[in-house]
Design a protein around this ligand. Structure first.
Ligand SMILES: [Zn+2]
Length: 83
């Protein structure tokens, strides 16, 4: 367990740089970083716990998977002959 303090430099995902960059802690809440500032573009944002959001490619893949599953469910329920 490492305690985070103001001014510490940690990794986090920067939405402006669109990648993990060094961030300086600018706000601490209950020993956890609350707000951080990107050391590359100096953008302040909430600490994201180093979570990288899915890329557009991953979102597209996910949407295609959901569409395929919805279609499969529709096909399965559509096999009954009309009354
Ligand atoms: Zn940045």
């Amino acid at each position: 367990m490492s305690e985070h303090r103001l001014g510490d430099v940690i990794d986090d995902y920067c939405i402006k740089c669109k990648r993990l960059t060094n961030h300086q802690i600018v706000s601490v809440l209950e020993a956890q970083p609350a707000k951080v500032r990107c050391r590359t573009c100096y953008n302040d944002h909430d600490y994201r716990f180093e979570v990288v959001p899915p890329t557009k490619k991953e979102l597209k893949k996910q949407a295609e998977l959901e569409a395929a599953m919805a279609k499969a469910a529709q096909d399965a329920s559509g096999e009954q002959p009309p009354a």
